[in-house]
Design a protein around this ligand. Structure first.
Ligand SMILES: Nc1ncnc2c1ncn2[C@@H]1O[C@H](COP(=O)(O)OP(=O)(O)OP(=O)(O)O)[C@@H](O)[C@H]1O
Ligand SMILES: [Mg+2]
Length: 458
């Protein structure tokens, strides 16, 4: 049987020691004991028990002194004091010195059992909480990878914003650029102080719910606020108290709700739907959007005052194609991430040609798209190095349109179609200006005219 834990007994009364040790061993604990205080501390230090049961009155020592010394050792050991007198004074002294609990002699073995089980249960919970807290925090630490100047500057700005303890932050950028990741990063910076490190981080997508539902999610409601409100419900602002709330896609929030949000940001209080009380809240509001809020303001779809309020501290993440330095760094990062995750030893990297394609592709889906591409490669490919033909066709095709080097797809391609397509694109881009279009295609005006005729594009 696996031991339930290690218990060290220190008491000069042999009878108590033998009774305790027999009963505890029977319950599945590892037991060690000593009837003399001398040298006991060294044994405790060496064995590092989970629990010490310590007599307060021994002929050769004062239990409280030993307790103090145990607590001085850098160990997670709990101590139960055993006392003969049931005075509150002794108990208070013991607890103040760091004992977890105390038991009065004569010992009642059932009581001993319960007290010990409680202590071990508490220890287990503490370990579990420590573990979960670490896992939880790790989800925030998922590094914001990137070496480009813009990303470095963005990280520095995020640090400054977090240090200043601002109450609202706006994060903008195209879809998949890492807005949510940045929001978690900002949150982890604001609450990095260990006592706050379990600060809540609550996300709500403003597009996902109709306006009235979103409102009751955010603010909660009192009983009877509307026909369905059978009981009261806390809103997300209340639940996020002491932490952050991420309002995802704030650009899609309806005007009515925008004014209520603005009120919250200004007053720092909320009122549940149907409620009268103003509840103070201490929440960092992080809003993200891939819309251009200024445009939305111009169209009358976003309140100007809310825009100003949010815009004060904002972080804009550039699309991947505008920070190409990050592409290969991210690609390699995801490669090692997914090979570890799927326990693969390959692929280990990319051929230079494949890297070229990754670099010249426009990545409309930004980092998310890159991440998905790499995950697929890790799952499906076994070669040590990824070659161009293993990259998904979208990447190859768009590369054809944007770089000088075209990669012939496996299934081949109609050169005529490609020519025609490029000619049409050139015309479109130049607003049908033939001489500019000819220049774009590095052709003489005459050959261009000939081609137009050939493809019937006049
Ligand atoms: N700099 C980065 N380093 C590492 N991973 C990143 C980075 N940027 C984005 N990612 C990853 O890319 C994916 C998309 O990021 P995220 O969800 O934060 O984007 P988003 O901007 O919120 O997208 P959307 O607008 O679609 O909601 C996530 O899996 C995220 O972990
Ligand atoms: Mg997002």
């Amino acid at each position: 049987m696996k031991s339930k834990g290690k218990i060290f007994l220190l008491d000069d009364e042999e009878l108590i020691i033998s009774m305790l040790s027999r009963s505890l061993k029977k319950q599945g604990y590892d037991v060690m004991f000593e009837t003399r205080a001398e040298g006991a501390l060294d044994k405790i230090r060496a064995w590092s028990p989970d629990l010490v049961m310590l007599d307060i009155n021994m002929p050769d020592a004062n239990g409280l002194d030993i307790l103090r010394e145990i607590k001085n050792i850098e160990m997670d050991t709990q101590v139960i004091m055993l006392t003969a007198d049931d005075t509150a004074e002794t108990a208070v002294k013991a607890m103040k010195t760091g004992a977890t609990d105390y038991l009065t002699k004569p010992l009642n073995i059932d009581e001993v059992k319960i007290v010990i089980e409680n202590i071990f249960e508490r220890g287990r919970l503490k370990h579990e909480v420590d573990y979960l807290r670490k896992v939880y925090l790790d989800t925030f630490k998922k590094d914001l990878v990137g070496e480009s100047k813009v990303i470095k500057e963005l990280q520095e700005k995020a640090e400054k914003i977090a240090l200043a303890g601002v109450s609202t932050v706006l994060i903008t950028g195209e879809s998949g650029t890492g807005k949510e990741l940045m929001a978690r990063f900002v949150h982890s910076l604001i609450y990095r102080d260990s006592t706050l490190s379990c600060a809540p981080f609550i996300t709500i997508n403003c597009t996902a719910l109709p306006e009235n539902l979103l409102e009751s999610e955010l603010f909660g409601y009192e009983k009877g606020a509307f026909t369905d409100a059978k009981g009261e419900k806390k809103g997300l602002f209340e639940l996020a108290n002491g932490g952050s709330i991420l309002l995802d896609e704030i650009g899609d929030m309806k005007l009515g709700l925008q004014s209520k949000l603005l009120r919250v940001l200004e007053e720092r209080t909320i009122r549940r739907i149907g409620g009268k009380k103003e509840l103070p809240i201490d929440v960092t509001v992080i809003a993200t959007t891939n819309r251009n809020l200024q445009d939305a303001v111009d169209k009358g779809e976003f309140r100007l005052d809310l825009f100003y309020r949010l815009h004060t501290f904002s972080l804009h993440i550039l699309p991947l194609r505008e920070r190409k330095e990050d592409i290969l760094i991210l690609a390699h990062y995801f490669l090692s991430y997914f090979t570890a995750e799927y326990k693969r030893s390959n692929p280990k990297g990319f051929t230079p040609e494949a890297e070229k394609i990754l670099l010249s592709y426009v990545w409309p889906g930004n980092v998310r798209e890159l991440k998905n591409v790499i995950e697929r490669l890790v799952v499906l490919e076994n070669a040590e190095l990824i070659t161009p033909s293993q990259l998904p066709m979208e990447a190859v095709r768009t590369t054809c349109q944007t770089s000088h080097r075209c990669i012939l797809p496996d299934e081949g391609v109609s050169l005529e179609e490609l020519e025609k397509d490029l000619i049409m694109q050139a015309l479109q881009r130049t607003g049908n200006n033939r001489s500019l279009a000819a220049k774009l295609l590095h052709m003489s005006y005459d050959s261009f005219r000939y081609q137009i005729k050939k493809f019937g594009l006049e």
